[in-house]
Design a protein around this ligand. Structure first.
Ligand SMILES: NC(=O)c1ccc[n+]([C@@H]2O[C@H](COP(=O)([O-])OP(=O)(O)OC[C@H]3O[C@@H](n4cnc5c(N)ncnc54)[C@H](O)[C@@H]3O)[C@@H](O)[C@H]2O)c1
Length: 421
Protein backbone atom coordinates (compact mmCIF):
# COMPACT_ATOMS: atom_id res chain seq x y z
CA UNK A 1 0.00 0.00 0.00
CA UNK A 2 1.32 3.45 -0.86
CA UNK A 3 2.54 5.57 2.04
CA UNK A 4 0.15 8.44 1.23
CA UNK A 5 -2.92 6.31 1.92
CA UNK A 6 -1.68 5.24 5.29
CA UNK A 7 -0.82 8.32 7.33
CA UNK A 8 -2.55 11.31 8.87
CA UNK A 9 -0.57 13.98 10.70
CA UNK A 10 -0.97 17.65 11.53
CA UNK A 11 1.68 19.37 9.44
CA UNK A 12 4.35 17.76 7.21
CA UNK A 13 6.41 20.98 7.28
CA UNK A 14 7.37 20.25 10.93
CA UNK A 15 9.54 17.30 9.83
CA UNK A 16 12.86 19.19 10.04
CA UNK A 17 12.34 20.24 13.67
CA UNK A 18 11.16 16.76 14.56
CA UNK A 19 14.24 15.12 13.03
CA UNK A 20 16.59 17.29 15.07
CA UNK A 21 14.76 16.46 18.29
CA UNK A 22 14.76 12.74 17.44
CA UNK A 23 18.51 12.96 16.84
CA UNK A 24 18.96 14.70 20.21
CA UNK A 25 17.08 11.93 22.04
CA UNK A 26 19.12 9.27 20.21
CA UNK A 27 22.31 10.57 21.87
CA UNK A 28 20.83 9.32 25.17
CA UNK A 29 19.69 5.97 23.79
CA UNK A 30 22.89 3.94 23.45
CA UNK A 31 21.26 0.56 24.02
CA UNK A 32 18.71 1.15 21.27
CA UNK A 33 21.64 2.31 19.11
CA UNK A 34 23.55 -0.95 19.68
CA UNK A 35 20.41 -2.94 18.88
CA UNK A 36 19.78 -0.85 15.76
CA UNK A 37 23.29 -1.56 14.51
CA UNK A 38 22.81 -5.30 14.94
CA UNK A 39 19.28 -5.24 13.50
CA UNK A 40 20.58 -3.31 10.52
CA UNK A 41 23.07 -6.09 9.74
CA UNK A 42 20.85 -9.07 10.58
CA UNK A 43 17.36 -7.84 9.54
CA UNK A 44 15.56 -10.06 12.10
CA UNK A 45 12.13 -8.55 11.32
CA UNK A 46 12.44 -8.65 7.53
CA UNK A 47 9.01 -8.30 5.94
CA UNK A 48 7.18 -8.60 9.28
CA UNK A 49 4.12 -6.33 9.48
CA UNK A 50 3.92 -4.42 12.77
CA UNK A 51 1.14 -2.15 14.03
CA UNK A 52 2.33 -0.04 16.95
CA UNK A 53 0.19 2.14 19.21
CA UNK A 54 2.56 4.28 21.31
CA UNK A 55 3.06 7.84 22.55
CA UNK A 56 4.39 9.60 19.44
CA UNK A 57 7.51 11.09 20.98
CA UNK A 58 11.16 11.40 20.02
CA UNK A 59 12.02 8.19 21.91
CA UNK A 60 9.27 6.23 20.15
CA UNK A 61 10.60 7.57 16.86
CA UNK A 62 13.97 6.01 17.66
CA UNK A 63 12.31 2.67 18.39
CA UNK A 64 10.33 2.95 15.13
CA UNK A 65 13.47 3.71 13.10
CA UNK A 66 15.16 0.69 14.73
CA UNK A 67 12.29 -1.62 13.77
CA UNK A 68 12.35 -0.25 10.24
CA UNK A 69 16.10 -0.89 10.10
CA UNK A 70 15.35 -4.48 11.17
CA UNK A 71 13.30 -4.86 7.99
CA UNK A 72 9.82 -4.48 9.49
CA UNK A 73 6.84 -3.04 7.62
CA UNK A 74 5.76 -0.73 10.44
CA UNK A 75 2.77 1.55 10.89
CA UNK A 76 2.20 3.78 13.93
CA UNK A 77 -0.72 5.37 15.73
CA UNK A 78 -0.97 7.35 18.97
CA UNK A 79 -1.70 5.66 22.30
CA UNK A 80 -2.87 8.94 23.81
CA UNK A 81 -4.48 11.86 21.94
CA UNK A 82 -2.65 14.45 24.06
CA UNK A 83 0.94 13.20 24.03
CA UNK A 84 1.57 13.30 20.27
CA UNK A 85 4.46 15.52 19.25
CA UNK A 86 3.31 16.73 15.83
CA UNK A 87 6.86 17.47 14.64
CA UNK A 88 7.88 13.89 15.44
CA UNK A 89 4.88 12.50 13.55
CA UNK A 90 5.92 14.62 10.55
CA UNK A 91 9.54 13.45 10.77
CA UNK A 92 8.47 9.79 10.87
CA UNK A 93 6.32 10.17 7.77
CA UNK A 94 9.23 11.91 6.05
CA UNK A 95 11.36 8.88 6.93
CA UNK A 96 8.84 6.58 5.27
CA UNK A 97 7.08 5.34 8.41
CA UNK A 98 3.31 5.82 8.08
CA UNK A 99 2.13 7.57 11.24
CA UNK A 100 -1.43 8.35 12.30
CA UNK A 101 -1.44 10.84 15.12
CA UNK A 102 -2.49 14.45 15.65
CA UNK A 103 -2.06 16.17 18.99
CA UNK A 104 -5.47 16.83 20.52
CA UNK A 105 -7.34 14.46 18.20
CA UNK A 106 -10.86 13.57 19.33
CA UNK A 107 -11.93 10.05 20.27
CA UNK A 108 -13.37 9.29 16.81
CA UNK A 109 -10.09 10.25 15.13
CA UNK A 110 -8.11 8.37 17.79
CA UNK A 111 -9.95 5.12 16.97
CA UNK A 112 -9.88 5.84 13.24
CA UNK A 113 -6.09 5.99 13.56
CA UNK A 114 -5.99 2.70 15.47
CA UNK A 115 -8.06 1.14 12.69
CA UNK A 116 -5.73 2.51 10.01
CA UNK A 117 -2.82 0.94 11.88
CA UNK A 118 -4.70 -2.38 12.00
CA UNK A 119 -5.36 -2.17 8.24
CA UNK A 120 -1.67 -3.15 7.98
CA UNK A 121 -2.79 -6.70 8.94
CA UNK A 122 -0.24 -6.92 11.74
CA UNK A 123 1.84 -9.97 12.49
CA UNK A 124 3.15 -8.21 15.60
CA UNK A 125 1.38 -5.62 17.76
CA UNK A 126 3.02 -3.08 20.06
CA UNK A 127 0.67 -1.42 22.51
CA UNK A 128 0.72 1.09 25.38
CA UNK A 129 -2.53 0.77 27.30
CA UNK A 130 -4.07 -2.08 25.23
CA UNK A 131 -6.47 0.00 23.07
CA UNK A 132 -5.08 -1.46 19.84
CA UNK A 133 -5.20 -5.03 21.14
CA UNK A 134 -8.74 -4.54 22.46
CA UNK A 135 -9.90 -3.18 19.09
CA UNK A 136 -8.23 -6.13 17.37
CA UNK A 137 -9.97 -8.60 19.70
CA UNK A 138 -13.40 -7.01 19.27
CA UNK A 139 -14.13 -5.00 16.10
CA UNK A 140 -11.28 -6.36 13.95
CA UNK A 141 -11.08 -9.96 15.13
CA UNK A 142 -11.02 -11.17 11.49
CA UNK A 143 -7.35 -10.05 11.45
CA UNK A 144 -6.21 -12.06 14.48
CA UNK A 145 -5.26 -15.12 12.44
CA UNK A 146 -2.21 -13.25 11.07
CA UNK A 147 -0.80 -12.29 14.47
CA UNK A 148 2.33 -13.97 15.82
CA UNK A 149 2.44 -11.99 19.07
CA UNK A 150 2.54 -8.63 20.74
CA UNK A 151 4.10 -6.48 23.45
CA UNK A 152 2.55 -4.18 26.06
CA UNK A 153 4.39 -1.19 27.48
CA UNK A 154 2.48 -0.08 30.57
CA UNK A 155 0.93 -1.17 33.90
CA UNK A 156 -2.65 -0.33 32.90
CA UNK A 157 -2.34 -2.27 29.62
CA UNK A 158 -0.94 -5.32 31.37
CA UNK A 159 -3.84 -5.24 33.85
CA UNK A 160 -6.34 -5.18 30.96
CA UNK A 161 -4.56 -7.98 29.10
CA UNK A 162 -4.45 -10.19 32.20
CA UNK A 163 -8.25 -9.73 32.47
CA UNK A 164 -8.59 -10.72 28.80
CA UNK A 165 -6.41 -13.78 29.46
CA UNK A 166 -8.38 -14.68 32.60
CA UNK A 167 -11.64 -14.48 30.63
CA UNK A 168 -10.10 -17.00 28.18
CA UNK A 169 -10.38 -14.44 25.37
CA UNK A 170 -6.76 -13.52 24.66
CA UNK A 171 -6.02 -14.90 21.19
CA UNK A 172 -2.21 -14.59 20.90
CA UNK A 173 0.90 -14.33 23.10
CA UNK A 174 1.73 -10.91 24.54
CA UNK A 175 4.86 -9.98 26.44
CA UNK A 176 4.41 -7.58 29.38
CA UNK A 177 7.37 -5.27 28.76
CA UNK A 178 6.22 -3.15 31.71
CA UNK A 179 7.15 -5.94 34.11
CA UNK A 180 10.81 -6.19 33.07
CA UNK A 181 13.15 -5.10 35.86
CA UNK A 182 15.00 -2.90 33.38
CA UNK A 183 11.67 -1.16 32.73
CA UNK A 184 9.84 -0.51 35.97
CA UNK A 185 12.84 -0.08 38.28
CA UNK A 186 14.15 2.73 36.08
CA UNK A 187 11.28 4.10 34.00
CA UNK A 188 8.70 4.21 36.83
CA UNK A 189 11.22 5.20 39.52
CA UNK A 190 13.82 7.48 37.96
CA UNK A 191 11.84 8.53 34.88
CA UNK A 192 8.63 9.42 36.70
CA UNK A 193 10.62 10.71 39.67
CA UNK A 194 12.58 13.27 37.72
CA UNK A 195 9.95 14.24 35.17
CA UNK A 196 7.23 14.77 37.79
CA UNK A 197 9.44 17.21 39.67
CA UNK A 198 10.26 18.78 36.30
CA UNK A 199 6.57 19.16 35.37
CA UNK A 200 5.60 20.73 38.69
CA UNK A 201 8.60 23.06 38.57
CA UNK A 202 7.91 24.18 35.00
CA UNK A 203 4.22 24.74 35.79
CA UNK A 204 4.74 26.68 39.03
CA UNK A 205 8.43 27.70 39.39
CA UNK A 206 8.14 26.86 43.10
CA UNK A 207 11.11 26.38 45.42
CA UNK A 208 11.09 22.81 46.70
CA UNK A 209 13.40 23.45 49.64
CA UNK A 210 11.44 23.65 52.89
CA UNK A 211 8.13 22.58 51.35
CA UNK A 212 6.03 19.76 52.78
CA UNK A 213 5.44 17.40 49.86
CA UNK A 214 2.75 14.75 50.26
CA UNK A 215 3.13 11.70 48.03
CA UNK A 216 0.10 9.44 47.78
CA UNK A 217 1.21 5.90 46.92
CA UNK A 218 4.69 4.54 47.56
CA UNK A 219 5.05 2.28 44.53
CA UNK A 220 7.97 2.63 42.13
CA UNK A 221 6.74 6.00 40.88
CA UNK A 222 6.20 7.19 44.45
CA UNK A 223 9.70 6.03 45.42
CA UNK A 224 11.22 8.12 42.64
CA UNK A 225 9.24 11.28 43.32
CA UNK A 226 9.90 11.06 47.09
CA UNK A 227 13.63 10.58 46.53
CA UNK A 228 13.95 13.56 44.21
CA UNK A 229 11.78 15.85 46.37
CA UNK A 230 13.89 14.95 49.41
CA UNK A 231 17.02 15.70 47.40
CA UNK A 232 15.68 19.19 46.72
CA UNK A 233 15.21 19.84 50.42
CA UNK A 234 11.52 19.09 50.83
CA UNK A 235 10.03 17.36 53.84
CA UNK A 236 8.34 14.32 52.37
CA UNK A 237 5.16 12.76 53.74
CA UNK A 238 3.96 9.46 52.28
CA UNK A 239 0.40 8.13 52.40
CA UNK A 240 -0.24 4.45 51.68
CA UNK A 241 -2.86 1.73 52.02
CA UNK A 242 -0.38 -1.15 51.91
CA UNK A 243 1.43 -1.83 55.22
CA UNK A 244 4.75 -3.14 53.82
CA UNK A 245 5.14 -0.13 51.58
CA UNK A 246 4.21 2.22 54.43
CA UNK A 247 6.89 0.59 56.57
CA UNK A 248 9.42 0.89 53.79
CA UNK A 249 8.62 4.62 53.45
CA UNK A 250 9.21 5.12 57.20
CA UNK A 251 12.57 3.35 57.03
CA UNK A 252 13.50 5.33 53.92
CA UNK A 253 13.24 8.38 56.16
CA UNK A 254 9.82 9.82 55.33
CA UNK A 255 6.84 10.61 57.53
CA UNK A 256 3.82 8.36 57.02
CA UNK A 257 0.30 9.33 58.04
CA UNK A 258 -3.30 9.16 56.77
CA UNK A 259 -4.03 11.59 53.97
CA UNK A 260 -6.58 13.48 56.03
CA UNK A 261 -3.82 14.36 58.50
CA UNK A 262 -1.33 15.17 55.74
CA UNK A 263 -3.94 17.34 54.01
CA UNK A 264 -3.75 19.84 56.87
CA UNK A 265 -0.01 20.44 56.55
CA UNK A 266 0.98 19.71 52.93
CA UNK A 267 2.12 22.41 50.49
CA UNK A 268 2.30 20.15 47.43
CA UNK A 269 0.34 16.92 46.86
CA UNK A 270 1.28 14.34 44.22
CA UNK A 271 -0.82 11.25 43.52
CA UNK A 272 0.80 8.15 42.06
CA UNK A 273 -1.41 5.22 43.03
CA UNK A 274 -3.16 3.99 39.86
CA UNK A 275 -6.35 4.42 41.89
CA UNK A 276 -9.32 6.82 41.73
CA UNK A 277 -10.51 9.66 44.00
CA UNK A 278 -7.42 9.30 46.19
CA UNK A 279 -7.58 13.02 47.00
CA UNK A 280 -11.26 13.59 47.71
CA UNK A 281 -13.69 16.19 49.02
CA UNK A 282 -12.78 15.70 52.70
CA UNK A 283 -9.13 16.30 51.87
CA UNK A 284 -9.79 19.51 49.90
CA UNK A 285 -11.83 20.72 52.86
CA UNK A 286 -8.83 20.24 55.17
CA UNK A 287 -6.10 21.73 52.96
CA UNK A 288 -4.20 24.95 53.57
CA UNK A 289 -4.80 27.98 51.42
CA UNK A 290 -2.44 27.80 48.43
CA UNK A 291 -1.93 24.02 48.31
CA UNK A 292 -0.77 22.67 44.94
CA UNK A 293 -2.29 19.44 43.55
CA UNK A 294 -0.67 17.26 40.90
CA UNK A 295 -1.23 13.74 39.55
CA UNK A 296 1.46 11.54 38.09
CA UNK A 297 -0.32 8.22 38.37
CA UNK A 298 -3.29 7.12 36.34
CA UNK A 299 -5.22 9.14 33.76
CA UNK A 300 -7.06 12.09 35.39
CA UNK A 301 -8.94 10.18 38.05
CA UNK A 302 -6.67 10.22 41.10
CA UNK A 303 -7.73 13.71 42.19
CA UNK A 304 -11.51 14.02 42.44
CA UNK A 305 -11.91 17.06 40.19
CA UNK A 306 -15.76 17.11 40.18
CA UNK A 307 -15.61 17.26 44.01
CA UNK A 308 -13.11 20.13 43.82
CA UNK A 309 -15.40 21.94 41.37
CA UNK A 310 -18.36 21.41 43.66
CA UNK A 311 -16.52 23.11 46.54
CA UNK A 312 -15.42 26.07 44.43
CA UNK A 313 -17.22 29.20 43.41
CA UNK A 314 -14.75 30.19 40.74
CA UNK A 315 -11.84 28.91 38.69
CA UNK A 316 -9.29 30.70 36.54
CA UNK A 317 -6.17 29.71 34.63
CA UNK A 318 -3.60 31.77 36.45
CA UNK A 319 -0.65 30.42 34.52
CA UNK A 320 -0.17 27.76 31.83
CA UNK A 321 -0.97 24.36 33.40
CA UNK A 322 -2.16 25.96 36.67
CA UNK A 323 -5.87 26.29 37.48
CA UNK A 324 -6.71 28.32 40.57
CA UNK A 325 -9.86 27.10 42.33
CA UNK A 326 -11.37 29.58 44.77
CA UNK A 327 -13.37 27.71 47.37
CA UNK A 328 -16.55 29.00 48.93
CA UNK A 329 -14.65 29.71 52.16
CA UNK A 330 -12.11 31.85 50.28
CA UNK A 331 -9.18 29.41 50.19
CA UNK A 332 -7.34 28.78 46.92
CA UNK A 333 -6.23 25.37 45.67
CA UNK A 334 -4.08 25.02 42.56
CA UNK A 335 -4.61 22.05 40.22
CA UNK A 336 -1.83 21.35 37.73
CA UNK A 337 -2.34 20.05 34.18
CA UNK A 338 -6.08 19.50 34.73
CA UNK A 339 -5.20 16.54 36.93
CA UNK A 340 -3.62 14.64 34.02
CA UNK A 341 -0.11 13.17 34.21
CA UNK A 342 1.84 16.27 35.18
CA UNK A 343 5.13 14.98 33.83
CA UNK A 344 3.63 14.66 30.34
CA UNK A 345 1.29 17.65 30.49
CA UNK A 346 3.71 20.26 31.84
CA UNK A 347 7.10 18.69 30.99
CA UNK A 348 8.35 16.25 28.38
CA UNK A 349 7.65 12.89 30.02
CA UNK A 350 10.46 10.47 30.67
CA UNK A 351 13.97 11.39 29.63
CA UNK A 352 15.34 9.43 26.66
CA UNK A 353 17.89 7.63 28.82
CA UNK A 354 15.22 5.59 30.64
CA UNK A 355 13.12 5.04 27.53
CA UNK A 356 16.32 3.59 26.06
CA UNK A 357 15.90 0.57 28.33
CA UNK A 358 12.12 0.27 27.97
CA UNK A 359 12.37 0.38 24.18
CA UNK A 360 15.39 -1.92 24.07
CA UNK A 361 13.11 -4.45 25.78
CA UNK A 362 10.45 -3.75 23.16
CA UNK A 363 12.83 -4.30 20.23
CA UNK A 364 14.36 -7.49 21.68
CA UNK A 365 10.95 -8.91 22.64
CA UNK A 366 9.64 -8.35 19.09
CA UNK A 367 12.67 -10.23 17.76
CA UNK A 368 12.06 -12.99 20.33
CA UNK A 369 8.38 -13.31 19.38
CA UNK A 370 9.31 -13.62 15.72
CA UNK A 371 11.87 -16.33 16.47
CA UNK A 372 9.43 -18.15 18.78
CA UNK A 373 6.63 -18.13 16.20
CA UNK A 374 4.22 -21.01 16.84
CA UNK A 375 5.78 -22.11 20.12
CA UNK A 376 4.01 -19.74 22.54
CA UNK A 377 0.42 -20.02 23.79
CA UNK A 378 -2.19 -17.25 24.03
CA UNK A 379 -0.95 -15.91 27.34
CA UNK A 380 0.58 -12.81 28.90
CA UNK A 381 4.27 -13.64 29.23
CA UNK A 382 6.99 -11.95 31.27
CA UNK A 383 9.99 -10.53 29.43
CA UNK A 384 12.46 -13.45 29.15
CA UNK A 385 15.10 -13.08 31.86
CA UNK A 386 17.93 -13.21 29.35
CA UNK A 387 16.51 -10.16 27.55
CA UNK A 388 16.10 -8.22 30.81
CA UNK A 389 19.69 -9.03 31.81
CA UNK A 390 20.99 -8.27 28.33
CA UNK A 391 19.41 -4.80 28.43
CA UNK A 392 21.09 -4.13 31.80
CA UNK A 393 24.43 -5.40 30.48
CA UNK A 394 24.23 -3.27 27.35
CA UNK A 395 23.31 -0.17 29.39
CA UNK A 396 26.31 -0.74 31.69
CA UNK A 397 28.50 -1.29 28.63
CA UNK A 398 27.27 1.97 27.11
CA UNK A 399 28.06 3.74 30.39
CA UNK A 400 31.56 2.26 30.35
CA UNK A 401 31.00 0.38 33.61
CA UNK A 402 32.40 -3.11 34.27
CA UNK A 403 31.14 -5.39 37.02
CA UNK A 404 32.53 -8.56 38.58
CA UNK A 405 31.51 -12.11 37.66
CA UNK A 406 31.09 -15.14 39.86
CA UNK A 407 34.13 -17.42 40.15
CA UNK A 408 33.42 -21.12 39.37
CA UNK A 409 33.77 -21.79 43.11
CA UNK A 410 31.19 -19.10 43.96
CA UNK A 411 28.79 -20.32 41.27
CA UNK A 412 28.97 -23.83 42.68
CA UNK A 413 28.50 -22.52 46.23
CA UNK A 414 25.38 -20.63 45.23
CA UNK A 415 23.80 -23.48 43.30
CA UNK A 416 24.59 -26.49 45.44
CA UNK A 417 22.28 -27.57 48.26
CA UNK A 418 25.02 -29.80 49.73
CA UNK A 419 27.32 -26.96 50.78
CA UNK A 420 26.54 -25.74 54.28
CA UNK A 421 28.30 -23.26 56.52
N1 LIG B 1 3.57 9.53 35.07
C1 LIG B 1 4.11 8.57 34.35
O1 LIG B 1 4.77 8.80 33.34
C2 LIG B 1 3.96 7.15 34.79
C3 LIG B 1 4.97 6.22 34.53
C4 LIG B 1 4.84 4.92 34.98
C5 LIG B 1 3.66 4.55 35.65
N2 LIG B 1 2.68 5.48 35.84
C6 LIG B 1 1.43 5.15 36.54
O2 LIG B 1 1.61 5.48 37.92
C7 LIG B 1 0.80 4.64 38.73
C8 LIG B 1 1.67 4.02 39.82
O3 LIG B 1 2.65 3.19 39.20
P1 LIG B 1 3.64 2.32 40.12
O4 LIG B 1 4.50 1.56 39.16
O5 LIG B 1 4.24 3.18 41.16
O6 LIG B 1 2.54 1.33 40.75
P2 LIG B 1 2.61 0.48 42.07
O7 LIG B 1 1.46 -0.47 41.96
O8 LIG B 1 3.98 -0.02 42.30
O9 LIG B 1 2.32 1.55 43.26
C9 LIG B 1 1.07 2.12 43.56
C10 LIG B 1 0.99 2.28 45.08
O10 LIG B 1 -0.16 3.06 45.42
C11 LIG B 1 -0.73 2.52 46.60
N3 LIG B 1 -2.13 2.94 46.69
C12 LIG B 1 -3.23 2.46 46.05
N4 LIG B 1 -4.33 3.14 46.45
C13 LIG B 1 -3.92 4.05 47.35
C14 LIG B 1 -4.60 5.06 48.10
N5 LIG B 1 -5.91 5.25 48.01
N6 LIG B 1 -3.85 5.84 48.93
C15 LIG B 1 -2.50 5.67 49.04
N7 LIG B 1 -1.83 4.73 48.36
C16 LIG B 1 -2.52 3.94 47.51
C17 LIG B 1 -0.55 1.01 46.44
O11 LIG B 1 -0.62 0.36 47.71
C18 LIG B 1 0.85 0.95 45.83
O12 LIG B 1 1.86 0.83 46.81
C19 LIG B 1 0.16 3.63 37.76
O13 LIG B 1 -1.12 4.09 37.42
C20 LIG B 1 1.05 3.69 36.53
O14 LIG B 1 0.37 3.31 35.34
C21 LIG B 1 2.81 6.77 35.46
Amino acid sequence: MALHNRFEIKDPSLAGVGKQRIEWAYREMPVVKLIRERFSAEKPLKGIRISACLHITTETANLALTLKEAGADLILCASNPLSTQDDVAAALVDDGIPTNAINGEDETTYYKHINTALDNKPQLTVDDGADLVTTLHTKRSDLIGNVIGGTEETTTGVVRLRSLEKAGKLRYPIIAVNDAQTKYLFDNRYGTGQSTIDGITRATNILWAGKKVVICGYGWCGHGIALRAKGLGSQVIVTEVEPVRALEAIMDGYQVMPLLEAARVGDIFVTTTGNKNVIDKVHFQAMKDGAILANSGHFNVEINIPALESLSHSKRRIRAFVDEYTLDDGRHLYLLGEGRLVNLAAAEGHPASVMDMSFANQALCLEYLTKSRGSLGSRVYPVPEEIDKQVARLKLQAMGIDIDSLTPEQREYLTSWEKGT
